[in-house]
Design a protein around this ligand. Sequence first.
Ligand SMILES: [Zn+2]
Length: 343
Amino acid sequence: MITVFSDRHRLRNVKTELSGGLLVPPHECCERAEIVLERVKLAGLGEIVAPDAFGLECSLRVHTPDYLEFLAEAWTLWAAAGNAGEAIPDCWPARRMLQRRPQDISGRLGFYAFAAETSIGAGTWQAARAAVDVALTAAQRIERGAPGAFALCRPPGHHAARDLYGGYCFLNNAAIAAQYLRDHGAARVAILDVDFHHGNGTQDIFYDRADVLFVSLHGDPSEAFPYFSGFADETGCAHGLGYTLNLPMPRGTGFEVWREALAAALRRIAEFRTDALVVSLGLDTFEADPISFFRLGSEDFASYGRLLGEAGLPTLFVLEGGYAVAEIGVNAVGVLAGFEATR
Ligand SMILES: [Zn+2]
């Protein structure tokens, strides 16, 4: 399987994450991608290529123009305003307040953020754009007939909504890739999100559509980030009613139960008769993940990779979360190698 990787991910190298009332080194760090890349090489998964440069057109198919404009200039405006640290929002348009975009950059951060843990720094926009190029280059391989491809994206994307960032995500790599496949011949595309956290951004983007099925396995949002999205009774709206499937699971969920949910997800995907599958590949279901509460062991990742392969679909894997940094490579490549073993 081909892996697409850009060293421009290192441009996102922020120093702060707001956590537990402190500014701590971010869980979503450069080492994550480097360790996955090393494991891809060590396992001999296949060719590793740099991405082609795509313009912003594909991103504009799922994000709003004003949101992209904000992301492009956020750091410059924040620094020009004389702020000493990295850009963090501190005020939101909450219940009964106006949803009106402020001029001031601090207000604008709150307007476009849904959470405060995710600092914006000098290279954030450039790295986010490179991650989109990675996803699109891999999607192009699928479009051209590859049975599988791995987009080693960083920063991740599945929390980024049409016009909202947070959860370490800015541009929704998986959603942009799915839309690309739709725009290049696929009549139907399914997105399976196996990250521990609900893919609220991907859900938001496709919530009213019947041509892109969104299925997510994740920690119950009554106990887990992003808290306000991912409940089982969120099933889509308008034309998209019935094309979102959320399978939340409680604290301590192990592989036996998780695998049952995956089987249900794959049944729904088979019923949808999709032309391609995009997997939002988060590894934070791992038992040692520092910010999650499922109990999958390393051997379980290879096991479910085989189940994904047995679905027999052209499959684009897009890297999302996973914060047990030392094991992220073994677990990611476990899924990919399991998938490859079925081909
Ligand atoms: Zn996650």
